[in-house]
Each structure stands twice: as structure tokens, then as C-alpha cells.
Design a protein around this ligand. Structure first.
Ligand SMILES: Cc1cc2nc3c(=O)[nH]c(=O)nc-3n(C[C@H](O)[C@H](O)[C@H](O)COP(=O)(O)OP(=O)(O)OC[C@H]3O[C@@H](n4cnc5c(N)ncnc54)[C@H](O)[C@@H]3O)c2cc1C
Ligand SMILES: NC(=O)c1ccc[n+]([C@@H]2O[C@H](COP(=O)([O-])OP(=O)(O)OC[C@H]3O[C@@H](n4cnc5c(N)ncnc54)[C@H](O)[C@@H]3O)[C@@H](O)[C@H]2O)c1
Length: 463
């Protein structure tokens, strides 16, 4: 029986463990924080639970537009935070139970590679939360240790006023004036959620616009909604330092500007968890930013040692982490396996409205990397969007110029995370715009705009 040791029990680690157990391997997962990892306990699940509460506030605030008055809206921060924490713990317990049921040995504690491999044998040093440190032997090791919020030298989080996204749920009350430092996906999601909850928010964007890695039209659409709702967004604003100042914070920008707020939320990216993992001693290579270098079947340079998830920095999404972990196990256990394909990964930003993408991007098309035609339809023309009072957003579809094959799309809309699936399926299954257009959609529905975009792209074929 192949012995597999998995260090880290987030989506990369636990999904790998389930696949390996299903294939009859002897699997041990060593995890420090709890089953499900930081994804479940402090990052993805808690932030989306928090955002679910903020969405209720937004709906209530906008209800008057639909002729419904709800009276005063109050947010009880401790109830919101305890719901966030309870849901995360419950999810972690579910995952733990699933692992145990699958026959996986789960050790709460830390682990590291214990030196170079002896032939095909790897040693993993385990420091359990309870009990004595010991070594276990494994034929295959998966490193799935995730990443940690990046800390700027002059902006040390104190857990009270200067916060990482993992610390916000410990506050007794919501901030009164929050400065969000960093406008990547994490910064944008939290800035939007806090603003919805009635917090005065200033969002610092080190670039020209928020979410510089996302579709420019989509990011600008979200930025416009944020501004309309009263958020202050400072472009080209890079924080040089964030200091505690009495009952508040003082943020100094690199251009000398100074901002004051009640709290600062640091969302300036993540660094891989590779410290004390024994990588150098075991000869495992790391690349730029310290991320573990892997190929498309999750192999490191050391035979028998795989890595998956945020610690590889490939694409920091739970879905990708899970797939990298599964691929590692399929490969290690001799199953037929398709190398990781990043071009077809659907992703979603949980702002209001949401921003979902899949496949080719506008940047691919503009640069000529992907020859494609595009159509963008604002939701202002969609009957259902008008009824719901949700017209901020659009759908955008890309297809091959001659064949009409759907190669990608962008949706900015309420629940774009659900609306992206038809485009993702079209991209995955090589459907054409004609095939998409000939699908009868619900009337009235937001998905009707997808079919309409496809119809418009069909028309171009004949021009
Ligand atoms: C605020 C936020 C929101 C996000 N929202 C989404 C989202 O909506 N959708 C999405 O797809 N992705 C989202 N992501 C990204 C997603 O959370 C990560 O891509 C995912 O957590 C990666 O999984 P992982 O298994 O690599 O790492 P993790 O989930 O971080 O798990 C790794 C685990 O390894 C443990 N560990 C580290 N070192 C050791 C050691 N030496 N021994 C034992 N255990 C160790 C850690 O404690 C951790 O629990 C979000 C990220 C952030 C920051
Ligand atoms: N919904 C989701 O799926 C979701 C949610 C959150 C995060 N994630 C993933 O996590 C990964 C990381 O995203 P992220 O937003 O945490 O990090 P990021 O690295 O993408 O963004 C951090 C931003 O902070 C800026 N920054 C850095 N130093 C700064 C300073 N001193 N002052 C002002 N700005 C500064 C950077 O320029 C960058 O734009 C992404 O790959 C993302 O997809 C996914």
C-alpha cells in the first residue's frame, strides 16, 4: 500500500487525501489549524459568510426603490462575527468527519520534511499538538501548506486597529472609518462588504484602478458602483506606513499624503508558508516570491514530493488548489491524469455586483494572443435586471472570429458566480455562439443576456 503524507489540510490537502484514500492509499494528513485549512477557517468561507450578511443590508437599503420600506437597519457585529466563526468551525468539522470516514489519519499539529529522501523513502517530522514529536515514513509527500497575509515592515497588524483579514471577526464592533490598504480581490471584497454595512470606507489602490488583474471594464463597473455608494477610492495610493494613533490609525502614503481612520485593513497579498518546512535540506526548489516550483501535474523537482495550492502560487483559488491536489494524487498513484489547465478556470469576485470570468480575457484579445470577437451587453437592457433594480453590470462574450467557438466571457451581475456556468460549459465543451444562442433561456432572466450576446456574435459571422 502506498504511504502518503500530506502536510496541510486545506482544499489542496484534503481533496488530495480523499482521492488518495479512494484509490486505496494509506493516507496521513498533518494540519495545524484544523481540517479545511485557512480556506475554511479564516479566508474564503468566513469572508463569504460575512459578505452574505452585507448582502442582506444592501438589499434592505435598496428595498425602497422597489416600494418596500424596512425601517432602520442595524448590524450587530458580534452576531455577524459569531455566525461567521460558527459556520467556519462547522464546515471544518464536516471536512474532518469526511476524511475520517474515508479512512484518512488526521493529525492535528505541524510537520516538515526531515532531510533528503533515502531512495524512494521520505521522512516527515511530525510535531503533534498533543504528544511527542516523531517521524513518519512516506512513499509520497504532498506539500499543501498554503499562504499567510503579507505584512509590510512599517504596518504591523496589532489585531485591534491594524488588522489582517483573518483578525476582523474578533472585533466587538464594526469600524467607524476603515482604510483598506490594497485593492486586489481581497481588498475589493472587504471594502464593498464594510461599506454595505454602513462603515465609511477608504480604499487605497496602488494602481490606476481597483483589481488591476481583472477585466478592466468589469473592475471599472465595480469601482463606479463603489463610488456611487459613497466609497472613497484613492488611485495610485501606496501605503508607506500604518501606525496606531490613540484610538485610531494613521496611514502615510509614499507620496506624503496622510490619512486617518478608526481601523486599517491590510489586504496587500499573501506569502507562501514555507518556513521550517525543511525544503532546503530536502532539496525542494522554490521560485520567485518563495513559492514552491511545480509542473502541471504538481511535481516538485524532488521525485515523490508534490506540492499543491497557494504554497505554489500557481493561481490562488480554492478550486485550483483542490484540483492541483487531486492531480498530484492521481499522478502519484499511477492513474491517467490530465495536466492542470488554467485557461478554463472560472473565478468570481464576491463584490456587489459580483464579477465572474472564465477563459480568454480582454487582455488576451487586445494583445492578439487570442484572436476573438467580442460583444458586451449592459444589464440596463435586460428586463429581469430592471425589475430587480439591479442594472449595474454587463455580460461580455468572446468567440473565435471564423468558427464562432466560445473562448471566454465576463459577467458583472448579482450572482455572477452562478451565471458564469453556461459560458464555462461552452468553453469547456467547445460550443459555438450559434449553439449557445439556440438554447432557449428563461424569460425574463439575466441568463437571457448571455444568449442575446451569443446571437449578436452570430450576426457578426455574416457581416
Ligand atoms: C480573504 C480571502 C478570500 C478568498 N475567497 C476565495 C473564494 O471565494 N473562492 C476561492 O476559490 N478562493 C478564495 N480564496 C483563496 C483560497 O482561500 C485559497 O486559494 C485556498 O485557501 C488555498 O488552499 P490551500 O489548501 O493551498 O491552503 P490553505 O487553505 O491555506 O490550507 C493550508 C493549511 O496548511 C496549514 N499548514 C501550514 N504549514 C503547516 C505545517 N508545517 N504543518 C501542518 N500544517 C501546516 C495551514 O495552517 C493551513 O491550514 C480566498 C482567499 C482569501 C485570502
Ligand atoms: N473570490 C475569490 O476567489 C478570492 C477572494 C480573495 C482572494 N482571492 C485570491 O487570492 C489571491 C490574492 O489576492 P489578494 O487581493 O489578497 O492579493 P493581491 O496580491 O492580488 O493584491 C494585493 C494588492 O495590494 C497592493 N499593494 C501592495 N502593497 C501595497 C501598499 N503598500 N499600499 C497599497 N497597496 C498595496 C498590490 O499592488 C495589489 O494590487 C488572488 O489570486 C485572488 O484570486 C480570491
Amino acid at each position: 500500500m502506498t504511504r502518503i503524507a500530506i502536510i496541510g489540510g486545506g482544499p489542496a490537502g484534503y481533496e488530495a487525501a480523499l482521492v488518495a484514500a479512494q484509490l486505496g492509499a494509506d493516507v496521513t494528513v498533518i494540519e495545524e489549524a484544523g481540517a479545511g485549512g485557512e480556506c475554511v477557517l479564516s479566508d474564503c468561507i468566513p469572508s463569504k459568510t460575512f459578505i452574505a450578511s452585507s448582502g442582506v443590508v444592501t438589499a434592505a437599503r435598496h428595498s425602497a426603490r422597489l416600494g418596500v420600506s424596512t425601517g432602520d437597519i442595524t448590524v450587530d457585529a458580534s452576531s455577524v462575527h459569531s455566525r461567521v466563526k460558527q459556520l467556519a468551525v462547522a464546515q471544518s468539522e464536516d471536512i474532518h468527519a469526511k476524511l475520517v470516514k474515508a479512512g484518512v489519519s488526521f493529525i492535528a499539529g505541524r510537520a516538515a520534511l526531515a532531510g533528503a529522501a533515502d531512495g524512494h523513502q521520505h521522512k516527515v517530522r511530525v510535531a503533534p499538538a498533543e504528544g511527542d514529536p516523531h517521524d513518519i515514513e512516506a512513499d509520497v509527500v504532498l506539500l499543501a501548506t498554503g499562504a499567510t497575509p503579507r505584512v509590510l515592515r512599517d504596518a504591523q497588524p496589532d489585531g485591534e486597529r491594524i488588522l489582517t483579514w483573518r483578525q476582523v471577526y474578533d472585533l466587538d464592533e464594526l469600524p467607524t472609518k476603515l482604510i483598506v490598504v490594497g485593492s486586489g480581490v481581497t481588498g475589493a471584497e472587504f471594502a464593498g462588504a464594510y461599506q454595505a454595512m454602513g462603515v465609511e470606507v477608504t480604499l487605497l489602490s496602488s494602481r490606476e484602478r481597483v483589481m488591476p488583474h481583472e477585466d478592466a471594464d468589469a473592475a471599472m463597473a465595480i469601482e463606479n458602483v463603489f463610488r456611487e455608494r459613497g466609497m472613497e477610492i484613492l488611485p495610485k495610493a501606496r501605503a508607506a506606513s500604518v501606525k496606531r494613533d490613540g484610538d485610531g490609525v494613521r496611514v502615510e502614503l509614499t507620496d506624503g499624503r496622510v490619512l486617518e481612520g478608526s481601523h486599517a485593513l491590510m489586504t496587500v497579498g499573501s506569502v507562501p508558508n514555507t518556513a521550517d518546512l525543511g525544503l532546503a535540506e530536502a532539496g525542494v526548489d522554490r521560485g520567485p516570491g518563495g513559492f514552491i516550483t511545480v509542473d502541471r501535474v504538481s511535481r516538485t523537482n524532488v521525485p515523490g514530493v508534490y506540492a499543491a495550492g497557494d504554497v505554489t502560487g500557481v493561481l490562488m483559488l480554492a478550486s485550483v488548489a483542490a484540483m492541483q491536489g487531486r492531480i498530484a494524487m492521481w499522478h502519484a498513484l499511477g492513474e491517467a491524469v490530465q495536466p492542470l489547465r488554467l485557461k478554463k478556470v472560472a473565478a468570481n469576485v464576491f463584490t456587489d455586483p459580483e464579477l465572474a470570468t472564465v477563459g480568454a480575457t480582454q487582455a488576451d484579445v487586445d494583445s492578439g494572443r487570442v484572436p476573438a470577437r467580442a460583444v458586451m451587453l449592459p444589464l440596463e437592457g435586460n428586463a429581469r435586471a430592471k425589475m430587480n433594480g439591479d442594472t449595474d453590470g454587463f455580460v461580455k462574450l468572446f468567440c473565435r472570429p471564423a468558427s464562432g467557438l466560445v473562448v471566454g466571457g465576463v459577467v458583472v451581475a448579482p450572482r455572477a458566480s452562478e451565471l458564469i456556468l453556461p459560458i464555462a460549459m461552452a468553453v469547456e465543451n467547445h460550443l459555438t455562439v450559434s449553439e449557445l444562442a439556440q438554447t432557449i433561456t428563461i424569460y425574463p432572466s439575466l441568463s437571457g443576456s448571455l444568449a442575446e450576446a451569443a446571437r449578436q456574435l452570430m450576426q457578426h459571422e455574416f457581416e
